[in-house]
Design a binder for this molecule. Structure first.
Ligand code: ADE
Length: 231
């Protein structure tokens, strides 16, 4: 049977999974707890990676090596870059890229990884379709497909938002997706990232994040729960 890896960066981002899954086993590896069991009729491993690209990378590789997951779904919140997006709206990743990979002084484009064929990692078309369907069914807000940008920075400046959109064309910005995507790419494992907007990555991002992160996290979490029921 196919096993699905489900990751969120923060506790609130996986809370619904933990409440509703039938837990069979919990183990700890490299500082992260992995909960295996069943959710919505599927075999799953749920974990909280912690924040940032390194935590997300380690977590994804452990899911693949020790739990043999055949796909990875990341759920959580993000800052909106696309002006169409309101707080609470959903972005389903078409691709992910690291916005803080910057070797532009040597002539590379922003986000391009040296000596590597692929720097923008494509999400799995079938997982995108399932995510989009579940998102449209289970939320009232807008659901868009788009590029997810990741970096080890909380973005809270209009200038940076404009720059990221102009240089890299992202729909939203967060701190883990591209790391998960990169590891999945290296291991040839399908992935998708689903993010609900907690803020607009602007001067109000800190206040908005504190107010809306928990609600947005639950929304994304609920979509993924409904999505895997149709997997
Ligand atoms: N996650 C949620 N909001 C974010 C922001 N503004 N920057 C980075 N990650 C985020």
């Amino acid at each position: 049977e196919k096993r699905i890896g489900l990751i969120g960066a923060m506790e609130e981002e996986i809370a619904l999974f933990l409440e509703e899954m039938e837990r069979e086993q919990t183990e700890e590896h490299v500082g992260i707890r992995y909960h295996s069991g069943r959710l919505a009729g599927q075999s799953v491993v749920v974990c909280r990676s912690g924040v940032g690209k390194v935590n997300a990378s380690v977590c994804t590789q452990v899911l693949i090596d020790r739990y043999g997951v055949e796909s990875v779904i990341f759920t959580g919140v993000a800052g909106a870059l696309d002006p169409k997006l309101d707080i609470g709206d959903i972005v389903v990743s078409t691709s992910c890229q690291q916005h803080d990979m910057d070797v532009t002084p040597l002539g590379l484009s922003k986000g391009e990884i040296p000596f590597q064929k692929v720097s923008e990692f494509q999400a799995d078309p079938e997982l995108i379709r399932l995510a989009e369907k579940a998102a449209s069914m289970w939320t009232e807000g807008r659901v868009i497909r788009g590029k997810v940008l990741s970096g080890d920075q909380f973005i809270a400046r209009v200038d940076t938002v404009r720059e990221l959109r102009e240089q890299m064309g992202g729909a939203c910005v967060e701190m883990e997706g591209a790391a998960v995507a990169h590891v999945c790419h290296l291991n040839d494992i399908p992935f998708v990232v689903i993010r609900s907007m907690s803020d607009r990555a602007d001067h109000s991002a800190d206040v908005n994040f504190q107010e809306f992160a928990v609600i947005a996290a639950r929304r994304s979490n609920g979509i993924v729960k409904n999505m895997i029921g149709q997997h």
